[in-house]
Write a protein that binds this ligand. Structure first.
Ligand code: NAD
Length: 351
């Protein structure tokens, strides 16, 4: 005997992404703001002055990727229970990508899921992490391996929060902007070549372009069954670099910048990109003081570490390679010999 359970449904998880000064946020129920001491010290008053709710609680967790763990999630949930949040309460993730990923994950778990809003305060989280509903934490097996897709109800991107950002953190965000342009939008890339993001309103325009790109990709492939994987351009190589340097030498965006240079070299090997195009990308990244190379000590070891990447099925490595500028190819059909040949060019190079 078979009993069927029919759960076909249409879910509308659409949400607005506001770019500009933080507007007044009104909410009838209880609100928990998740943040860390650094962001709270710099910007919490600005947020609280625009937030009108029945009750507002601030939950502060330590700053740093090393705290992006299930233990921290448990402590966030404990605080949410202490404050007796309910199904109709709202969580606001107020900080960089670490806070955004953990806030979204805690919201997905509390009472089996409550609403949350992203208010990203780093460039990387404004152009990438806050949009698309990927939430989660790291564990000893790797980064972001535990989590949920839980879309925010809204994202508020206020570039004025970036005025306090460290220059290296700014560069790390630019790397993700360049990633969006190279993979999906040639004219945006050309615009980036001709406009300095540290001048005038250029940054706001670049944020808009990057977020628009990400939004369209997420709409097409929310759960990363195909196209969304293109946003991992530079990450396959970058993750190995992060792993080899124990997440201590480079910021995530910095390792992605090096990873893009490496992916470009492989794309040139495969005839997907010209050396001139690869050089244009390198020049653009270099303008924001991003690292552009990494001294590979052991090509075979570097190659084997690709297999730890969760985007790779057991025996294949999925590479995201640019097809010229403004196009992308997701492929697991690259010959190991070609990959190792490309990697060997970085052997012994000084960083
Ligand atoms: P982060 O959250 O660690 O922030 C970097 C540093 O900047 C921190 O010390 C933070 O306290 C500080 N900071 C935040 N806002 C500031 C401000 N306005 N002024 C001064 N300092 C400020 O790092 P990140 O680069 O924002 O995000 C990286 C995380 O995002 C990683 O965990 C990564 O896995 C995740 N991520 C997620 C997605 C996604 O789709 N969910 C995409 C990309 C990255």
């Amino acid at each position: 005997m078979t009993i069927s359970i029919n759960l076909k449904r249409i879910i509308d998880d659409s949400y607005p992404i506001h770019i500009g000064s933080l507007p007044e946020i009104n909410f009838e129920g209880k609100v928990a703001v998740l943040t860390n001491p650094k962001v709270a010290g710099l910007h919490l008053q600005t947020l609280l002055s625009t937030l009108k709710a029945k009750e507002v609680y601030v939950i502060t967790i330590p700053d740093g990727e090393q705290y992006k763990t299930l233990d921290t999630i448990e402590s966030i949930l404990d605080r949410m229970f202490d404050h007796r949040l309910n199904r109709k309460s709202l969580l606001i993730a107020f900080g960089g990508g670490v806070i955004g990923d953990m806030g979204g994950f805690a919201a997905s778990l509390y009472n089996r899921g409550i609403d949350f809003i992203q208010i990203p305060t780093t460039l990387l989280s404004q152009v990438d992490a806050s949009v698309g509903g990927k939430t989660g934490v790291n564990n000893r097996f790797g980064k972001n391996l535990i989590g949920a897709f839980h879309q925010p109800r809204a994202v508020y991107i206020d570039p004025s929060f970036l005025s306090t950002l460290a220059p290296r953190e700014f560069g790390a965000g630019v790397a993700e902007i360049v990633k969006m342009a190279v993979t999906f939008n040639l004219s945006f890339f050309e615009w980036l070549e001709n406009n300095d993001l540290r001048e005038g309103d250029n940054l706001q325009h670049a944020i808009k372009m990057a977020v628009e790109t990400k939004a369209r990709v997420v709409e097409a492939d929310e759960k990363e069954q195909g196209l969304r994987a293109a946003l991992n351009y530079g990450h396959t190589f970058g993750h190995v670099i992060e792993n080899e340097t124990h997440y201590e030498t480079y910021l995530h965006g910095e390792s992605v910048a090096i990873g893009m240079v490496m992916a470009n070299d492989l794309a040139c090997e495969m005839g997907l990109m010209s050396f001139e195009e690869a050089m244009r990308i390198k020049t653009l990244l270099g303008r924001y003081d991003l690292p552009l190379t990494y001294p590979i000590h052991d090509v075979e070891k570097f190659y084997q570490t690709f297999f730890l990447d969760k985007k790779s099925a057991d025996s294949t490595i999925t590479f995201i390679l640019p097809r010229g500028i403004g196009g992308v190819e997701i492929t697991d059909a690259i010959d190991a010999v070609a990959v190792k040949k490309s990697l060997s060019k970085f052997q012994g190079m000084s960083a």
